[in-house]
Write a protein that binds this ligand. Structure first.
Ligand code: C2E
Ligand code: CA
Ligand code: CA
Ligand code: CA
Length: 272
């Protein structure tokens, strides 16, 4: 504000300092959280739409803060991304999720895979394939029991580099999914060449189903596009039965959302 005068500027400065202080505290807190095992992984069901079978789960990180309680990732992932801490967090989640999947398999669970989020920052570093290979070797998890979720924007940021890395990951045998699809301006020529098996339709398009005409058109188009490239589609953020019914009718393959199951700790997941 131009006319804010002395007090206005003073206030603005103070607010900025306060913001910077909170950020530094958050980074220090996260470092402490990593060292002291305050992070948790929750798992959300991923189900086939035709028969309702839970085929996989998505690993979602939380921070069990000693004072603030369970902190959702939206409150610390952005700061972790700019500070570089995200690499350590993603590595921790990856290893944890693989170990959990090994335990589920040993207990006879029919779950096919665990899906893990990879931040654009870790993705752009390029040596992700070596890290993944190491974790698979250390945990003994078969590669096709791990799915990596990379956002559409991370891939389209530097498509050549992304393509090469995805190909190296694919040759390890892991499954690959594009997350938040529809929000990142994919080049279709590029998309067609990516060694990816699944598109995750962003929940912002599912929210308006089945009433919103634009969301219906986008959903239909994404399903047709994916199937024409021999990819599967998972719809995120299903909260109501009408959304699920509509998506099933359109031929969407997989579903995720509060209507089907919320993210929960591993021991609270009902494995069928
Ligand atoms: P995402 O990868 O798109 O994950 C889906 C988010 O949607 C999760 O939020 C999930 O709890 C939420 N969700 C699932 N079903 C519904 C629904 O029916 N309605 C609504 N409104 N939301 C639903 P969450 O767990 O808060 O995670 C938010 C984001 O944080 C994730 O979005 C992902 O981008 C990031 N994130 C979470 N865990 C990790 C991680 O380990 N590493 C990285 N790099 N990012 C992570
Ligand atoms: Ca995801
Ligand atoms: Ca998503
Ligand atoms: Ca998202």
């Amino acid at each position: 504000a131009k006319n804010s005068g002395r007090e206005g500027f003073a206030f603005y400065d103070h607010a900025q300092t306060e913001h910077a202080r909170q950020r530094i505290e958050l980074i220090a807190g996260l470092r402490h959280a990593l060292e002291n095992e305050e992070l948790r992984v929750h798992y959300q069901p991923l189900c086939r739409l035709d028969d309702g079978q839970m085929v996989g789960v998505e690993a979602l990180v939380r921070w069990q803060h000693p004072q603030r309680g369970l902190v959702p990732p939206g409150e610390f992932i952005p700061v972790a991304e700019d500070s570089g801490m995200i690499n350590a967090i993603d590595a921790w989640v990856l290893e944890h999720a693989c170990r959990q999947m090994v335990a589920w398999r040993a207990a006879g669970s029919p779950l096919q895979f665990v899906a893990v989020n990879i931040s654009s920052r870790l993705f752009s570093r390029g040596e992700l394939d070596q890290r993944v290979a190491r974790v698979l070797a250390q945990t003994g998890l078969p590669a096709d029991c791990l799915e990596l979720e990379v956002t559409e924007s991370a891939v389209m940021d530097d498509p050549d580099q992304a393509q090469a890395l995805l190909e190296r990951l694919r040759s390890l045998g892991v499954r690959l999914a594009i997350d938040d699809f529809g929000t990142g301006y994919s080049s279709l020529a590029r998309l067609k060449r990516l060694p990816v098996q699944k598109l995750k339709l962003d929940q912002s398009f599912v929210a308006g189903l089945p009433d919103d005409k634009d969301d219906r058109a986008i959903t239909r188009a994404v399903i047709a596009l994916a199937h024409s490239m021999e990819m599967n589609v998972l719809a995120e953020g299903i909260e109501r039965v009408e959304q699920q019914d509509y998506l099933r009718e359109l031929g969407c393959d997989y579903a995720q959302g509060y209507f089907i199951g919320r993210p929960v700790p591993a021991d609270a997941l009902k494995l069928t």
